[in-house]
Ligand binder design. Structure first.
Ligand SMILES: Cc1cc2nc3c(=O)[nH]c(=O)nc-3n(C[C@H](O)[C@H](O)[C@H](O)COP(=O)(O)OP(=O)(O)OC[C@H]3O[C@@H](n4cnc5c(N)ncnc54)[C@H](O)[C@@H]3O)c2cc1C
Ligand code: SF4
Length: 326
């Protein structure tokens, strides 16, 4: 690994000013579980001059409940998200999604903000430089997408245009289903954005001198049920081949509101709005559930090697709805 400066930021303002001063030649580091791998393998053509350590900022690892819902600091460790009673009782899909991430050792280090901002896991993108030269591609700023003609078994089955790598974050899927909002600090102001607008086909909306500071989750309405499920090839530790997070509000046996989010099928988390519309106002039966799964997958465009993900995602949706409607 090349040498870099390691600068401790004492406050959000200092982190922002340091990032501004380095003008694109610095990276924020939280738990480091993703970033250090990226640097060690020298997968990117540019190497940062400095890492700005944000773990030294106090007051960004907390859970705070108020009348509107729950606020979580971006530096909160995943292990705390898994176990905190406010999360397990009111937002169980977030606890389950955080628990589905990596290993206990990684969850002890990794932060919720870092999990949302982690880099892609496309295997062409992640190819280590020391193993014969890094692989350039559209996402790295030069060349075509290697997955289009290459091995695309884990890539997107919908919404891929220039990059077909899927969003790797499990907590992003749960937080999208929970309709979270994200607070972002920058040099001019603080932005508060819906998580629906945070992810982009090539990553997220953060500018080089911005950092994610807080995650806000609204109160779920009474009668809301939640399910997160993830399919992986290797059971103990693996990124999702497909995942779903469903937040369904039931009243007198009828679905009143629904947010169904699909993971690992597209470059961003995907809301299955047609599936949601197909169950609202209905009491569930096998036909309604089957129709919802079909509606969710109606717009898919699988690549040469990944049509199998369509069936797996349908099955995850059906299982989730069955368990909610029972
Ligand atoms: C073996 C292994 C298995 C894994 N399996 C999974 C999995 O199954 N599911 C899953 O979701 N993830 C998985 N991960 C990824 C893991 O969850 C991430 O590495 C971790 O969540 C990143 O958090 P961190 O705090 O360590 O971030 P860092 O590594 O410190 O940072 C990651 C990126 O986010 C940026 N960043 C960090 N915090 C902020 C912030 N507050 N504001 C703006 N930018 C920020 C950094 O600049 C960097 O670009 C796995 C990782 C490994 C190594
Ligand atoms: S899917 Fe994206 S990251 Fe992977 S090779 Fe194509 S452009 Fe690069």
């Amino acid at each position: 690994m090349k040498a870099f400066k390691h600068v401790h930021a004492a406050s959000v303002d200092e982190a922002v000013s340091l990032m501004r001063a380095y003008a694109g030649n610095a990276r924020l580091i939280a738990g480091g579980t993703d970033l250090l791998g990226v640097l060690k393998d020298e997968i990117l053509p540019g190497y940062p001059e400095a890492l700005i350590n944000i773990k030294t900022i106090s007051g960004l690892d907390y859970f705070a409940e108020d009348a509107n819902g729950l606020k979580i600091g971006a530096l909160t460790k995943l292990v705390e998200v898994v176990h905190h009673p406010l999360v397990t009782e009111r937002y169980p899909i977030l606890s389950k999604a955080a628990e589905a991430v990596a290993t206990p050792e990684i969850r002890n280090m990794a932060t919720l903000g870092g999990n949302l901002c982690q880099d892609t896991r496309c295997w062409y993108y992640r190819y280590p430089h020391q193993m014969g030269g890094r692989i350039m591609c559209h996402r790295k700023g030069k060349g075509p997408c290697r997955a289009v003609k290459g091995d695309n078994r884990y890539h997107a089955i919908m919404e891929g245009k220039v990059c077909f790598a899927v969003c790797p974050s499990d907590t992003a899927i749960a937080l999208t289903a929970l309709n979270a909002r994200l607070e972002i600090a920058g040099p001019q102001n603080v932005r508060n954005v819906s998580i629906n607008d945070f992810f982009t086909p090539l990553g997220n909306i953060l500018e080089a001198d911005e950092l994610l500071t807080h995650i806000q989750i609204p109160n779920p309405p009474a009668g809301t049920r939640q399910v997160f499920s993830k399919f992986t090839l290797r059971k103990p530790v693996d990124f999702a081949v497909a995942s779903t997070a469903s937040v369904i509000t039931m009243q007198d046996g009828v679905c009143k509101a629904a947010r169904i989010v699909l993971g690992a099928v597209a470059p961003t988390p995907v809301r299955a709005t047609d599936a949601e519309a197909s169950i609202i106002g209905k009491a569930a039966d096998a036909v309604v559930i089957e129709e919802a799964a079909e509606a969710a997958m109606a717009g898919t465009k699988p690549m040469r090697m990944n049509a199998y993900k369509v069936e797996i995602t349908k099955t995850l949706i059906k299982r989730a709805l069955l368990s909610i409607f029972q």
